[in-house]
Design a protein around this ligand. Structure first.
Ligand SMILES: Nc1nc2c(ncn2[C@@H]2O[C@H](COP(=O)(O)OP(=O)(O)OP(=O)(O)O)[C@@H](O)[C@H]2O)c(=O)[nH]1
Ligand SMILES: [Zn+2]
Length: 358
């Protein structure tokens, strides 16, 4: 009856979001992990009382803070024993970087292993929190009787990176303005993460390449009509084109903010208001430019019976990832709509730095 590793990972994401620490077990012992974003003052004091605490941050965040990242992709910043919540959050959250530039000098740990720290950061990202985690060694039997979620870190890392199976939940007819003969299909990942949707227009022939769009959720663009990006117009134009042609499939993937979540995207927007571009803002937060996993989209297409697409996109990375996932992209259909004075620079940066086709 006990939970398996996938279930424990889902529980750990929920715990970290609420500010509850989790315990990771590795080859050389155990560590307690708390997310920098959600840890409370009381819990921070408890964590500091346990021993030598590291604040694990990504190499991207370390670059901004001029902290040494001896582990390459991450840095283990040594947390001073007297550090308060403000210190921890100042390292994790770049919103005050410009107002308070003097965070250091920060000392980074060089000896020992970073395996647990890497899993801790991956957990924070999966929980859509800032990618920064407090990590402190504890005795292997620490959590006994404490009801804290415990994970095998050695197995959890690869499991998080692997593609989770999506199950088809339900399909139903939803007539749309753009196309009356539309069906919505709901897919649920077996790791307890967000559901993804497919909108099928008409009844496309499965033996031919289908007109397809992989759309990533954008609350601000899709729902609010934000002028900062081109998502809303792209969504509507893609559905309209499918409606005109009488068939197509649009995947609506829950990858808000290129996979960093809406809260982090709003942090990125706040940094953009300070003068950083869309790529720099992600990096200052500690994320890569794009944290999305498009294997998801390939899996949904396959589940719907499609193996070849005419892909509506300006992003060559989407084409490469589809092809690598076994979906044949027979044609790229450009999708250029929604240019405004507010997103001109955003789209130019995507072309310059992320290889988007203009
Ligand atoms: N992190 C971050 N995400 C953003 C920003 N602006 C828009 N987004 C997100 O970017 C994604 C846009 O996705 P898409 O339009 O599917 O992808 P794309 O890579 O632009 O590729 P194509 O539109 O297919 O050419 C959505 O998840 C938005 O929420 C930003 O400034 N920062
Ligand atoms: Zn958008």
């Amino acid at each position: 009856m006990g939970p398996d590793l996938t279930e424990l990972l889902a529980r750990a994401r929920g715990d970290l979001r609420m500010g509850v620490p989790v315990v990771l077990h590795g080859k050389d012992g155990a560590v307690l992990v708390a997310a920098a974003e959600t840890v409370s003052e009381v819990r921070l004091a408890e964590v500091l009382a346990l021993g030598a605490v590291d604040l694990a941050i990504t190499g991207r965040r370390a670059e901004t803070l001029k902290a040494r990242a001896y582990d390459g992709d991450l840095a283990r910043v040594i947390v001073p024993g007297r550090a308060g919540l403000e210190w921890v959050q100042g390292i994790a959250d770049p919103s005050e970087d410009l107002a308070q530039p003097m965070k250091g000098p920060l000392a980074s740990r060089r000896d020992g292993e970073a395996v647990m720290h890497r899993v801790a950061i991956a957990l924070c990202k999966a929980a859509r929190l800032l990618p920064a985690a407090l990590v402190v060694p504890v005795r292997a039997d620490y959590a006994t009787g404490q009801l804290l979620t415990e994970l095998d870190a050695v197995a959890a890392g690869p499991l998080m990176a692997s593609l989770h199976a999506l199950g088809h939940v339900v399909s139903a007819r939803v007539p749309l303005r753009a196309a009356e003969n539309a069906r919505l299909h709901i897919f649920r990942p077996d790791d307890g993460s967000d559901e993804h949707y497919a909108i099928e227009i008409g009844r496309p022939d499965r033996s031919k390449p289908v007109l397809a769009r992989l759309h990533s959720a954008c609350f601000t663009g899709d729902l609010l009509g934000s002028l900062k990006c081109d998502c809303g117009p792209q969504l509507n134009a893609a559905l309209a084109q499918m409606g005109e042609q009488g068939e197509g499939v649009l995947l609506y993937l829950q990858q808000e903010g290129r996979g960093i979540g809406l809260a982090n995207k709003m942090r990125a927007y706040a940094l953009q208001d300070q003068g950083f571009d869309t790529v720099e803002a992600n990096h200052r937060l500690g994320f890569e430019d794009d944290e999305r996993d498009f294997r998801l989209g390939a899996q949904i297409l396959e589940k719907l019976g499609f193996s070849a697409v005419r892909l509506m996109t300006n992003n060559p990375a989407k084409i490469a990832m589809m092809t690598a996932s076994g979906i044949d992209v027979t044609e790229r259909v450009p999708l250029k709509v929604g240019l405004s004075a507010h997103n001109e620079r955003y789209l130019a940066v995507k072309a310059e730095k992320s290889g988007h086709l203009l």
